[in-house]
Design a protein around this ligand. Structure first.
Ligand SMILES: [Zn+2]
Length: 88
């Protein structure tokens, strides 16, 4: 019996956050990311920043690997990946 993969880590969130913000994730993954965000201040903060950036840009455009095509958004994500929020 394998447990459901409930525990999402910050680095997983970072990897798929652009898909999340595009609404491109399946429901199960979306639920997991939302649960993580609810309990993680770092991700809440950074996703807030990313949302604001996307808002300013009008939309998020990503390439095939899910990398954002705007410099501003890439900068926010790079900062997030570099100084990852503390988490177990
Ligand atoms: Zn987190």
């Amino acid at each position: 019996m394998s447990a459901e993969p409930e525990d999402m880590r910050c680095n997983e969130v970072v990897e798929i956050v652009t898909h999340y913000l595009e609404g491109a994730l399946d429901e199960a993954t979306q639920t997991r990311i939302e649960r993580h965000i609810e309990g993680c201040r770092g991700c809440t903060h950074y996703i807030g920043q990313i949302r604001i950036t996307i808002d300013l840009l009008g939309r998020v455009r990503t390439d095939d690997r899910g990398e954002p095509q705007s410099d501003e958004l890439r900068a926010v994500l790079r900062e997030w990946r570099a100084g990852r929020p503390s988490s177990p």
